[in-house]
Design a protein around this ligand. Structure first.
Ligand code: NFE
Ligand code: MG
Length: 570
């Protein structure tokens, strides 16, 4: 009989994810993804002032902190017919692009690298050979023999201390690790560099957003960050110069560390270009408008769908085709649990029917997750950097084509290699470079606009609820680091009557739907080889390649005040 593996909690992610997987003949034969955490925002928003929604929705997550703020103000602006001025558009772009680059760097080094990098092997590396390896791939400064010897000692000390911190609880020495010791040491050194980098770089949010996590400077209608080249209390020439230097620092790190590491590590794991594809349908809502009028389809990251891994055509996106199922999720729908419900009229009615803790297995033949199952035309879609890069590539986006082709030719593989675990991880790096490059343009555009005397940061209209229609509905989207994010709002009598979020990890970590179709995580695991089922490193590789965020995916709570769980400490 097939054995069922349970990974719970899956670590090095945000939130609580459980994977159950049947194993036969040394590989995964079937898998189930479950969001085991219960929390929330959609119900909290009901009855509130729509101008405050972004401050609440932003608390959905502590990782992708800005993205729900952005989707929320856009939803309310859509409902009220507001167009924001150029400075607000550019400041928002810079905040979001910084989030993207920051998030991708953290993911690659802190959340994903140790699936491929064996720290125990790094301890056996020769620092001199490591320095030579480093010189062969990058001119990054921290590359000397002494530096690598010091990193090695630092890691050895951690291991010897018996409190290895981030180095604990891993599958060190697992047979699926392939890198030579020197590549492992180089990667560990860059892991530590990435920790320093992310602290430096996120000052972009401190300047543009007043703090991180959870920026404070958005407003429905624009931003609350004044711009004025002649004021010390506004975004002035000095601040713009500092923003430009931080943007350059980000580009520098991605270009000289992240991309060279990706190209160094990937060839050792080329078989992962044939593992982990999943549903093979990819969705991007598009983002980063290049013009200032509502409805412009001139965007930096195009919208579109790639269906059945066919890169010869990009299909359009119609938001009317998005729906969510709760057939296998712990919710009820008024229409019955087989219904597909559009988020504009979405319902959030939690109803846990799973086993009482402690339990061995979820009942995966019934409901088994707090995550709903989003579908487009009733079909599961993957969202995220891979979806965005595939849509952009197939749409003929010039820079994306150059970068994707560069990676493919370095690895000596064709575009079909993108439909995989490795493709997902490569696409994230490509996107980080793309966005880091683009930020320079937006800083210049902002400086030029402010320099030309345009100091507007807010639409200046529709702020007063007495000017609003009695009823209004709106949709706001954002291409968050993990993928397509949508917020739907219905406003009645100046208050929020309904609010629904369908977030990237809801798409990717979705359970089965009414038709029994597995979600992207679930299908991507089928066929994954397991060298040692007791230590399922390979499952982590594919799941981490999606960059899971369960806090985002399970964003609701029991608003009736019922006690859901009691935690006591002694
Ligand atoms: Ni909490 Fe999130 C991103 C959003 S993922 S990280 O990116 O939205 O579901
Ligand atoms: Mg939702």
């Amino acid at each position: 009989m097939a054995e069922r593996l349970v990974l719970d909690p899956v670590t090095r992610i945000e939130g609580h994810l459980r994977i159950e997987a049947s194993v036969g003949d040394g590989q995964v034969t079937e898998a189930w993804a479950s969001g085991t955490m219960f929390r929330g925002m959609e119900l909290v928003l009901q009855g509130r002032d729509p101008r405050d929604a972004w401050l609440f929705t932003q608390r959905i997550c502590g990782v992708c902190t800005t993205v729900h703020a952005l989707a929320s103000v856009r939803a309310v602006e859509d409902a009220l017919g507001i167009t924001i001025p150029p400075n607000a558009r550019l400041i928002r772009h810079l905040i979001a692009a910084a989030q993207n680059v920051h998030d991708h760097v953290i993911h690659f080094y802190i959340l994903h690298a140790l699936d491929w990098v064996d720290v125990s092997s790094a301890l056996a590396a020769d620092p001199e050979a490591t320095a030579a390896l480093s010189r062969s791939i990058t001119d990054w400064d921290r590359s000397g023999v002494e530096h690598f010897a010091a990193v090695q000692q630092r890691v050895q000390k951690l291991v010897d201390s018996g409190q290895p911190g981030f180095l604990g609880s891993a599958y060190w020495g697992h047979p699926a690790y392939r890198l030579p010791p020197e590549a492992n040491l180089l990667a560990v050194s860059h892991y530590l560099d990435a920790l320093e980098f992310q602290r430096r770089y996120i000052r972009l949010h401190a300047i543009l957003g007043a703090k991180n996590p959870h920026i404070q400077t958005l407003l429905v209608g624009g931003v609350a960050h004044p711009v004025d080249p002649n004021s010390q209390n506004a975004l002035n020439a000095d601040e713009l110069g500092f923003i430009a230097s931080l943007a350059q620092d980000g580009l520098d790190f991605v270009r000289r560390v992240y991309i060279p590491d990706l190209l160094l590590v990937a060839p050792f794991y080329k078989e992962w270009a044939g593992i982990g594809a999943g549903v093979g349908n990819y969705l991007s809502y598009g983002d980063f408008a290049l013009e200032d009028f509502v409805g412009s389809d001139s965007v930096f990251l195009p919208a579109g769908r790639i269906v059945n891994r066919d890169l010869s055509q990009v299909l359009p996106v119609d938001m009317g085709q998005v729906s969510e199922y709760v057939t296998r999720s712990w919710y009820d729908y008024a229409e019955g649990d087989a219904a597909a419900v559009h988020p504009s009229v979405g319902e959030t009615r939690p109803h846990y029917t799973g086993p009482e803790a402690p339990y061995s297995y979820l009942n995966v033949d019934e409901k088994y997750s707090w995550i709903k199952a989003p579908r487009y035309e009733d079909v599961p879609y993957e969202v995220g950097p891979l979806a965005r890069m595939l849509v952009a590539y197939a749409s003929g986006h010039q820079r994306v084509r150059e970068l994707v082709d560069l990676v493919l030719s370095t690895l000596e593989v064709g575009p079909e290699a993108l439909f995989s675990t490795l493709g997902r991880t490569a696409a994230r790096g490509i996107e980080a470079l793309l966005m880091a490059e683009k930020m320079g343009d937006w800083v210049n555009e902002l400086a030029a606009n402010v320099g030309a005397g345009d100091l507007r940061i807010h639409a200046g209209s529709q702020w007063d609820p007495s000017t609003w229609p009695k009823e209004a509905v709106g949709f706001g989207s954002h291409e968050a680091p993990r993928g397509a994010l949508g917020h739907w709002v219905r406003i009645a009598d100046g208050k929020i009557a309904n609010y629904q979020c369908v977030v990237p990890t809801t798409w990717n970590a979705s359970p089965r739907d009414a038709q029994g179709q597995p979600g992207p995580y679930e299908l991507s695991l089928v066929g994954t080889p397991l060298a040692d089922p007791e230590r399922p490193l390979e499952i982590l590789r594919t799941i981490h390649s999606f960059d899971p965020c369960l806090a985002c995916a399970v964003h609701l709570l029991d608003a009736t005040g019922k006690v859901v769980a009691k935690v006591t400490t002694q």
